[in-house]
Design a protein around this ligand. Structure first.
Ligand code: NAI
Ligand code: MN
Ligand code: ZN
Length: 339
């Protein structure tokens, strides 16, 4: 089989590898589609501190079960599945409180273990979630990015009368926007970015208001319109954003951060305690695959609005370069592995 392998930072090869056999408790998935994410590019470029090389990247993938390991029911053969990349131990403290996404021995497919940019991948059977026939392949491959939105919004307890502000109209901002509008029916969702084309995508995904903060300070724009956000999600993840979010937020607001920067953020206690703000963080997803599959079944979200390009996996290098260089025209880029 062919696999997309990052042999070492900046060296991507399509390798011929032996077809893997599923171990006990695992299934083998014949991949149909996979999505390119910022973290794939970070592993490629050597910027992901968790990655070990060589590595088959890809943690957003969909396909058909074509082999089962010992102990897995043969009735699973042929199932259409999306794969949760989060593999956890099941007995540590975070696992015991429902946070497998921060398991003390966390393994993420495509990061710590070979992932889905391959003709086949073996994965734990319980990570392979069945996709109902009514959900098309192009939506099924987008389950994982929407689980990030399910996780972050799940922390925030959004209500219809909230005023939500999202920093960043990249894939993460847009999935969060669709969840807040489509699932939680939040009255007003505002999206902030510096790139007009991305703000246009936010409008297309249901934003009530978009603001370009490259032109004037966000605080000024919000003050002019009398807006005090009650929910703020940082899906742009620059370390300066948290301090601004604390200052923009309404009293009693909830703020969620999703970034992995190692640079400090300058915040003061008074800004948080004075308004009794709640600050959450969100990493990957904690068992959100069934949640998102349900959203898709009910038509609450529309992943096709995020997909701008599709390539055959043999063009993976071009696909990643386009994804990295052209934020104006690129959002989610898909790779096709088989028909
Ligand atoms: P992206 O780079 O495609 O999008 C980020 C957007 O934020 C861009 O459109 C950019 O123009 C905008 N932006 C940057 N600085 C800004 C600022 N100061 N104000 C307003 N907009 C600004 O990235 P993507 O894929 O949407 O991911 C966003 C972030 O989320 C990344 O930092 C990534 O590491 C993080 N992430 C976190 C996950 C988690 O589970 N915690 C999962 C996936 C991504
Ligand atoms: Mn991703
Ligand atoms: Zn654990």
């Amino acid at each position: 089989m062919k696999s997309v392998v990052i042999q070492q930072p900046d060296v991507l090869k399509i390798e011929d590898r032996p077809l893997p056999e599923p171990a006990a408790g695992e299934v083998r998935v014949k991949i149909k589609l996979a999505g390119i994410c910022g973290s794939d590019s970070h592993i490629y470029r050597g910027h992901n501190p968790f990655a070990k090389y060589p590595r088959v990247i890809g943690h957003e993938f969909f396909g058909l079960i074509d082999a089962v390991g010992q102990g897995v029911d043969a009735s699973r053969l042929g199932q259409r599945v999306s794969v949760d990349p989060v593999i956890n131990c099941g007995h540590c403290y975070p696992c015991s409180v429902g946070k497998p996404n921060v398991c003390t021995s966390l393994v993420v497919l495509g990061v710590h273990r070979d992932g889905g940019f391959s003709e086949y991948a073996t994965v734990p059977a319980k990570n392979a979630w069945v996709i109902p026939d009514a959900i098309p392949d192009e939506n099924a491959v987008m389950v994982e990015p929407f689980t990030i939105a399910a996780n972050v919004t799940g922390q925030l307890n959004p209500q219809e009368n909230d005023v939500a502000l999202i920093y960043g109209a990249g894939p993460m901002g847009l999935v969060t926007l669709q969840a807040l509008k489509g699932v939680y029916k939040v009255k007003q969702v505002i999206v902030v970015d510096r790139i007009e084309e991305r703000l246009a995508m936010a409008t297309c995904s249901g934003a009530d208001l978009v603001i370009n903060n490259g032109q004037k300070p966000l605080q000024e724009t919000l003050d002019e319109q009398g807006i005090k956000p009650t929910i703020i999600v940082d899906a742009a993840c620059h370390p300066t954003i948290l301090a601004e979010a604390i200052s923009l937020a309404s009293p009693a607001a909830r703020i969620a951060i999703m970034g992995f920067s190692s640079e400090p953020s300058q915040i003061v206690q008074q800004g948080i305690t004075g308004k009794e703000l709640s600050i959450f963080s969100s990493r990957l997803n904690a068992g959100k695959f069934p949640v998102v599959i349900d959203w898709l079944s009910h038509g609450l979200i529309d992943p096709t609005k995020l997909v701008t390009h599709q390539f055959d996996y043999q063009q993976v290098t071009d696909a990643i370069e386009l994804f990295e260089k052209d934020q104006r025209h690129c959002c989610k880029v898909l790779l096709t592995f088989s028909e």
